[in-house]
Design a protein around this ligand. Structure first.
Ligand code: COA
Length: 261
């Protein structure tokens, strides 16, 4: 049973596939979609049986073609600021800081808020029809869901400047050469490929993975020393059941069966 207007959720074998489902609007992120994504991601993250989340778009054309332009076209300065702040908190920062790994399966256009959503995920795989860009300046606005920060982090300042200033799109192979996506597949292979990666991730300690996410993210927080966060997270691992199981299994020459605690 699906309770959401614009989101489909399919849970299977430790994997939650969250599909943004507004194909007639190229899966553009309106208010409801952002709220429903927040809810579904939160539920998946709190479910101990879910080891990996995949976020994708429905249909063959788009991952997400941006924030829904029709919703903000008449906004004031104050409303514009609030839109960005609320979206960043509810979805983009939220997703980046989830303990459960989130893979973006970029199955088509990822523009504006769509690329920002993909960039907030822990990493990205694209199908060969995907096109990515931050076209906001062509609308007289700038990226507001973290794009000016995450794009330079992923591709370097010069490339980010060019992409944002030209408002142009790059294809999947160029995105891979930029380091924006990790792999490019055919359209049919996109989800199976992501699922295989998810299975590989699921075999490892979910507690250690969550600690690794926190330590890696610490590198991008102003005023935080990532090395110190790493030392603390590393130390904390020694107190987990997963650590006991992982090291014991290695010494006993068997595969670890992590309790996830
Ligand atoms: N917000 C709201 N609606 C959007 C949208 C967005 N970001 N992107 C696409 N749509 C809607 C279109 O308005 C159209 O709706 P309609 O059929 O009711 O008129 C529908 O999705 C299909 O889009 P369309 O433009 O007809 O498809 P296309 O194949 O001709 O072009 C794009 C595809 C992606 C190039 C084009 O839709 C586009 O430029 N979208 C906006 C991208 C953007 O600027 N995003 C950043 C927003 S900040």
């Amino acid at each position: 049973m699906n309770y959401y207007e614009n989101i489909l959720v399919s849970n299977n074998n430790g994997l939650s596939v969250i599909t943004i489902n507004r194909p007639n609007k190229l899966n553009a992120l309106n208010k409801t979609t952002i709220e429903e994504l927040h809810q579904t991601l939160k539920i998946a993250d709190n479910d101990a049986d879910i080891k990996v989340i995949i976020v994708t778009g429905s249909g063959e054309k788009a991952f997400v073609a941006g924030a829904d332009i029709s919703e903000f076209a008449d906004f004031s300065v104050e409303e514009g600021g609030k839109l960005a702040a609320k979206g960043q908190k509810l979805l983009f920062d939220f997703i980046e800081n989830l303990s459960t790994p989130v893979i973006a399966a970029v199955n088509g256009f990822a523009l504006g808020g769509g690329l920002e959503l993909a960039m907030a995920c822990h990493f990205r795989i694209a199908s060969n029809n995907a096109k990515m860009g931050l076209p906001e300046v062509s609308l007289g606005v700038i990226p507001g869901y973290g794009g000016t920060q995450r794009l330079p982090n992923l591709v370097g300042k010069g490339r980010a400047m060019e992409m944002i200033m030209t408002a142009g799109m790059i294809d999947a192979n160029q995105a891979m050469s930029y380091g924006l996506v990790n792999h490019v597949t055919s359209q049919e292979e996109l989800l199976p490929f992501c699922e295989k990666l998810a299975q590989k991730i699921s075999r490892n300690s979910s507690v250690a993975i969550a600690a690794a996410i926190r330590a890696i993210n610490a590198n991008y927080i102003d005023g935080t020393n990532g090395f110190e966060v790493e030392i603390e997270e590393f130390g904390n691992c020694f107190g987990t059941e997963d650590f006991t199981e992982g090291t014991t299994a290695f010494l006993q020459k068997r595969k670890a069966d992590f309790p996830g605690r």
